[in-house]
Design a protein around this ligand. Structure first.
Ligand code: C5P
Length: 419
């Protein structure tokens, strides 16, 4: 399907892929094939630096369309300007989004075709950063990413792992092609991708997943939280236009699209990350934080001695993140929402917990094994507010998330509080 054919204009979703100059550019060739397999039309802009990694000829063979480069021939009657390029797309994907591209995007610089197209865009933009870990972690890059996320740019990745440079590892690998494809499909299917959304301009902070509390360098205490509910909440808030920071414990889930994710392991790390992410308009603390940690984790692996009796573990209480955040005067989010996972007297215990923790709302659910909530995709919850308890019908965790963030958005709109 050619990008500019009649069918493409009317029926087919169109992706404008801006390929930046990084080693990960080679993944874009496979990305184009996977998108075309899904009947998406793909048009490509190559930056000057990208042409050092992939050639216009190979890209053009895959898109079955002309490839647009920085080298414009303004006399060419087939010329298509940057305004048309962005207008004719449903979604703009920047991959790999290099540190330099992100910096220019964050500052509204339009000194080549790629950045001019992005600046002129009235469509959602998805950026897949890829760079050396030190460049990614540099405060300048983090500042640019935060600013772009605030402007509504969606992000996927970067992932952690080995870099192309020998001996380099850390956050900076471009998201893999299947992750990119699923993020692109989600954004294309989102009806809420343009215009002002209920949570536009708001910052939503979410915690999700379990925490791991080390016993020694190889063992830890954990719990059965999958993170599915918390991650779904982060994704739903992003879909409603919020800038979302997700503090995630160890989970087997992909980072939600368009969300800034900080990965932590322990409760203490989670508290630090939460404090650093403030201020926020809404805090939704869905993580199953371990109540206790090992008092003094062993520096080396505890050995199974032939004669020695099994070790006993002395525990100490972890900080209560919800209580700490709800009690703060400085930077207390306007709406603090906690979760209560109970196995009996769910509503009664959650109502008491709302008061004890100082939360505005508590989302309570029955996690007795029969309910199948841990790791499952469905949830039956009760929303406890100052006005009492409401029981929601059983629905998927994604639906619970959508309903909860919509309620939170409405609540904020009524109280008109913004950070
Ligand atoms: O006390 P309980 O663990 O049942 O409370 C659950 C709520 O409190 C959840 O929102 C959870 O994220 C939060 N919590 C916390 N820090 C803890 C324990 C729980 O933020 N140490």
């Amino acid at each position: 399907m050619r990008f500019n054919s009649y069918a493409a204009k009317v029926l087919v979703k169109r992706v404008l892929l801006i390929i930046g100059g990084g080693i990960a550019a080679y993944k874009c060739l496979d990305l184009i094939r996977r998108l075309r397999e899904r009947d998406l039309a793909v048009r490509v802009v190559l930056t000057k630096a990208a042409q050092e990694f992939v050639t216009p000829l190979s890209v053009s063979a895959l898109t079955n369309d002309r490839v647009f480069t920085d080298l414009f021939d303004l006399d060419d009657e087939r010329e298509i300007g940057h305004i048309r390029l962005s207008r004719e797309a449903d979604l703009i994907v920047v991959a790999p989004a290099t540190a330099d591209l992100l910096a220019r995007m964050a500052n509204g610089i339009a000194n080549d075709l790629a950045t001019a197209v992005i600046l002129a865009a009235d469509k959602p933009v998805l950026a897949a950063p890829a760079m050396n870990p030190r460049m990614w972690l540099n405060p300048a890059t983090q500042r640019n990413v935060a600013r772009l996320a605030g402007d509504g740019i969606h992000f996927i990745g970067p992932n952690e792992g080995e870099m192309a440079e020998r001996g380099e590892a850390g956050p900076g690998r471009m998201a893999e092609v299947p992750e990119l494809v699923s993020a692109i499909e989600k954004l294309l299917s989102s009806k809420l991708s343009a215009g002002r959304l209920p949570l536009s301009g708001r910052h939503v902070l979410v915690t999700s997943g379990p925490t791991h509390e080390p016993i020694d360098p190889v063992r830890y205490i954990a719990n059965r939280s999958s993170g599915k509910q918390g991650h779904a909440i982060a994704a739903a808030a992003a879909k409603l236009g919020a800038r979302v920071t997700l503090i995630a414990g160890p989970v087997a889930l992909a980072d939600p699209v368009g969300v800034t994710v900080h990965h932590i392991e322990t409760a203490e790390e989670m508290l630090e990350a939460v404090k650093e992410a403030l201020p926020a308009d809404i805090a939704i603390l869905a993580a199953a934080v371990a109540d206790w940690r090992i008092d003094a984790p062993a520096a080396g692996k505890i050995k199974k001695g032939a004669k020695a009796s099994p070790p006993s573990l002395a525990l100490t209480e972890n900080p209560d993140i919800l209580k700490t955040i709800a009690a703060r005067n400085a930077h207390r989010p306007a709406l603090v929402i906690g979760f209560a996972a109970e196995t009996e007297s769910v509503v009664e215990q959650a109502t008491a917990k709302r008061r004890a923790k100082g939360a505005d709302w508590i989302v309570a659910n029955d996690v007795s094994p029969a309910a199948g909530v841990f790791g499952g995709d469905r949830n039956t919850v009760h929303l406890i507010t100052g006005g009492g308890a409401e029981t929601w019908p059983q629905m998927t965790k994604a639906e619970v998330a959508e309903r909860l963030v919509m309620r939170a958005a409405e609540h904020l709109a009524k109280t008109q509080i913004s950070v």
